[in-house]
Ligand binder design. Structure first.
Ligand code: UGA
Length: 438
């Protein structure tokens, strides 16, 4: 199959393009950003995602994966064209997703459709967007032979390739059997490994994406609120999560207490679904509560750090990890961006380390002679620190040489916001150890 991907140098576009070509399809990724396209061609990716670089190099070499600025090249003779452009939160700040790029993509595709093509929305979009895209294309090119589909992605940053290659399910929203058949063919290698396909109408597919992300956000906020209760009553949230997660009706995933969820999806998608619901006179009170609980959790972490230090004024804090999760360089809505400014404001000096995120972090929390220093490794961060704050659970922070860390520090507070270490072990090691919900 020949596939075009609009927004092919973005996160979803790149991962989808690489994986579709790995399935054996011919894929043309097109992106407006000439700089990104040229650097990808030179083998330099605009994002960090484990395994992606190798996969792209391999498929480029096999001549199954191409990058271009030319939309026509991607749409010409294509069986399917995926729209995978960004849908950032609208500048109006009203919770809506900004669909400018999606509609612009539809306009651009329209005039180049030269044979039967399925136009597939992969970006996370409000319910009704696929139909809008259909109208745009029809208006611009009434003769175009095409069908519309919605095929939301469920990729997690850091494990996107695995999620794409071995998904729990593939969701396909279509109006016509012909469109379903094209998508089934494209995903055929997944059919062989018995991946379930949920084939439904356009609106349902679009809502599944928002409902999935909202539900996962609710799960995280739920366990984070339970973590606060655990701290008061002397329970251990890790064991509570394990104990409830073993019930198959609940499931153990996304029940890790922490500093609150972040990233480019959960915060944006929860706000968007609340907005969509409001416009339809429906109250999504549970999702609203999850959003509120998430903010509370981040603020609760600030208090936790303060309490462990007495006060942050004049104290040196080693921050381990700033990205919203490990295995990514993405800082979008990272809890660190809420928590750290409070500490800086309160007079703390930060020594920050992150294996991949420091370049992006500096944009939001700039390096500063006195208050903020970025360092090369966790040990350098610990040098002279009154406290360690483990913010993101990168693997390299899971096996720190604790003796060395302690010797390098001035104080002994270790605030583990990801519950990476064992309470007893840390106490035995002489740390004043504080974690979440334990
Ligand atoms: C999320 C979804 O998991 C994907 O299925 C979806 O495709 C994607 O959004 C998207 O809409 O594009 P992602 O944002 O990459 O993926 O990251 P997650 O692994 O879901 O983590 C999100 C946040 O929740 C992180 O800050 C993470 O630390 C936090 N989290 C996650 C917890 O605090 N506890 C958990 O148990 C799990």
């Amino acid at each position: 199959m020949k596939i075009g991907i609009i927004g092919g140098a973005g996160y979803v576009g790149l991962v989808s393009g690489a994986c579709f070509s790995e399935f054996g399809n011919l894929v043309i990724c097109v992106d407006k950003d000439q700089k990104k396209i040229s650097s990808i061609k030179r083998g330099i990716l605009p994002i960090y995602e484990p395994g992606l670089e190798e996969l792209i190099k391999k498929n480029v070499k096999l001549k199954r994966l191409f990058f271009t600025k030319d939309v026509q090249q991607a749409v010409k003779n294509a069986d399917a064209v995926f729209i995978a452009v960004g849908t950032p939160p609208s500048r109006r700040g009203d919770g809506h997703a900004d669909l400018t790029y999606v509609y612009a993509a539809a306009e651009e595709i329209a005039s180049h459709i030269d044979s039967y093509t399925v136009i597939v929305n992969k970006s996370t979009v409000p319910i009704g967007t696929a139909r809008k895209v259909q109208q745009i294309i029809r208006k611009k090119n009434p003769k175009a032979d095409f069908d519309i589909a919605s095929n939301p992605e469920f990729l997690r940053e850091g494990s996107a390739i695995e999620d794409f290659m071995r998904p729990d399910r593939v969701v396909i929203g279509v109006e016509k059997k012909s469109a379903e058949n094209v998508l089934r063919k494209i995903y055929n290698p997944l059919y062989i490994i018995e991946t379930p396909m949920v084939v439904t109408n356009l609106e349902t597919a679009e809502l599944i994406k928002y409902a999935a992300n909202s539900f996962l956000s609710v799960k995280i906020s739920f366990i984070n609120e339970i973590s606060a209760l655990c701290e008061k009553v002397g329970a251990d949230v890790n064991v509570v999560a394990k104990g409830i997660g073993m019930d198959k009706r609940i499931g153990g995933k996304f029940l890790k207490a922490g500093p609150g969820y972040g990233g480019s999806c959960f915060p944006k998608d929860t706000r968007a679904i609340i907005k969509i619901a409001q416009e339809n006179d429906v109250a999504l009170r549970i999702v609203e509560a999850a959003v509120e609980a998430n903010l509370n959790q981040k603020l609760r972490m600030v208090e936790k750090i303060r309490k462990a230090l007495g006060s942050e004024k004049g104290k040196t804090i080693a921050v381990l990890g700033v990205t919203f999760k490990p295995e990514t360089d993405d800082m979008r809505e990272a809890p660190a961006l809420t928590i750290l400014p409070f500490l800086i404001e309160g007079g703390a000096k930060l020594r920050i380390h992150d294996p991949q995120g420091m370049k992006n972090a500096k944009i939001f929390i700039p390096e500063d002679e006195v208050k903020v220093k970025y360092v090369a490794n966790p040990y350098e961060a610990a040098l002279g620190a009154d406290a360690i704050v483990l913010m993101t659970e990168w693997n390299e922070y899971r096996s720190l040489n604790l003796d060395e860390i302690k010797n390098l520090m001035k104080g002994n507070a270790f605030i583990d916001l990801r519950n990476v270490y064992e309470v007893d072990e840390m106490k035995k090691n002489g740390f004043k150890y504080v974690s979440v919900g334990r």
